[in-house]
Write a protein that binds this ligand. Structure first.
Ligand SMILES: Nc1ncnc2c1ncn2[C@@H]1O[C@H](COP(=O)(O)OP(=O)(O)OP(=O)(O)O)[C@@H](O)[C@H]1O
Ligand SMILES: [Mg+2]
Length: 112
């Protein structure tokens, strides 16, 4: 099992959520996060005004899926969350050792 953590533009969240629902993902956790990437501390011009790039609000999605579903989920996020501009976000993928459904005590993929 793999845990996928994606930090995406908040403006893309609704579209990503719908696309993941369409490919049959029945669960996810989301978080409001603030962060910075490579542009931290630099200035950017937006509509004629110069802004210092500090902590920017983003949306984080977390989901644990079977290895078989991972490629489908990752490629969907990549396709929908991308604008091609700096700040599109990042996807982190981790191994998950165990999952337990508290209600039933089921473990592993059965508990997803
Ligand atoms: N290595 C990292 N660890 C944890 N969070 C990160 C990391 N890189 C980026 N983030 C988070 O993702 C958000 C978006 O990052 P961003 O897309 O700007 O990354 P980047 O490396 O600067 O790439 P780009 O050049 O496309 O902007 C950041 O605001 C931060 O919240
Ligand atoms: Mg960046």
């Amino acid at each position: 099992m793999k845990k996928i953590e994606a930090i995406i533009r908040t403006s893309k969240f609704e579209e990503v959520y719908e696309a993941l629902t369409e490919i049959g993902v029945p669960f996810m956790s989301t978080y409001d996060v603030k962060g910075f990437g490579l542009e931290h501390g630099t200035s950017q011009v937006y509509r004629g005004a110069t802004y210092n790039v500090g902590f920017i609000p983003r949306t984080k999605i977390e989901l644990v899926v079977t290895e078989g579903h991972m490629d489908d989920v990752v490629s969907t996020i990549l396709k929908v969350a991308s604008t091609g501009k700096v700040g599109d976000g990042k996807i982190f993928i981790m191994d998950v050792q165990e999952v337990i459904r508290i209600r039933t005590g089921e473990i592993g993929e059965l508990a997803l």
